[in-house]
Design a protein around this ligand. Sequence first.
Ligand SMILES: C[S@@+](CC[C@H](N)C(=O)[O-])C[C@H]1O[C@@H](n2cnc3c(N)ncnc32)[C@H](O)[C@@H]1O
Length: 381
Amino acid sequence: MEHLELAIPTLFGLEGLCADELRRLGLSDVRAENGRVLCAARPADIPRVNLNLRTGERALVLLGSFPAGDFDALFEGVRALPWEDFLPRDAAFPVKGHCLNSALHAVPACQSIVKKAVAARLGAKYGLEQLPETGSLYQIQFAIMKDTASLYLDTTGAGLHKRGYRAVGVVAPLRETLAAAMVMLSKYRGRDPFCDPFCGSGTIAIEAALIAKNRAPGLDRSFSAQKWGFVPASAWMEAADEAMDKEFDGEYDIWGGDIDPKAVAIARSNAEKAGVEDLVRFEVADALSFHREAPYGKIVTNPPYGERIMEKKEAEDLYRGFGKAFRSLPDGWTLSLLSSHTEFERTFGRNADRKRKLYNGMLKCDLFLYGKRGAQHEKKR
Ligand SMILES: C[S@@+](CC[C@H](N)C(=O)[O-])C[C@H]1O[C@@H](n2cnc3c(N)ncnc32)[C@H](O)[C@@H]1O
């Protein structure tokens, strides 16, 4: 089992960033597809991927794919996979999955066939009629697409976006993986002043701080595969040591503002939980009067869209006012702003230099990218 294949699901639009992250971690045969990235890995890479990835949703071991046009083919295909190489005799192995464009489309029926086939295989290998399922969790996932079944083991558990720092019950928070992606797309490297004037629970500023100091986002949480026999316990320690060795100490100018004092209090407490409270300042502030004297800096932000928090018209007034504030900044400021509002550019008062399609959950958004104004003039000349 030295050679495994990992599948990393991502939010749509983040596949390329996630593939780059995997390459930087030294994984080979990295392939970005629609909504996921595949790569070759050794068992010892499982801790490294889980601890370090900022933009992937989870790490799945792909056990195999085969044609599954009917229940018999599904049962036999699942039973033929070497489950005993991965699951011990007491493994708990719940099954979940989905079907798309396939003859097999009833998920609960497929779930129970997969469960029976794995139980049949393990029962025969371990000489047990009844499997106890009292041990560690090995979540099985299946996907049946265009009559091909793929079977996975979920190494992660709670999604990788759950870094462990965010309070529950916040209105309209941004997924941590998407916030990290926005910071990466802004090309923030920890040098420039960094601001999020609509910071809410502080996710973007906190992810910026983690990126600035190169802190692995998974160091404060646990993963399903920590209890798995085929991933050596020493590999988790080594991956954590390796990640901590890569951390920088430094001074960063990272700021988040929000008009709502409750949001600011939550953001401060989240930053404390993430261990970056000394790197990020949060303040109650109106984005419409956002101003800075510094000649350059980066704004990465996610204002209300007019879908969930406030009405469309109010969102437009906000964009108009924030557009004015942005234009009054020195020329070296750049802006990366996520919105699903179709009239964003018009109300903001300037067309973006570039746009990138991203999904905030199921909501289709654009990341509007505004470069340095000086640089834009230079380009035009
Ligand atoms: C979509 S939420 C941001 C969510 C945030 N990215 C997070 O992860 O929690 C938008 C935020 O803008 C804030 N807001 C609305 N009007 C504002 C204004 N004029 N100035 C500053 N913040 C404002 C709201 O209070 C809300 O917290």
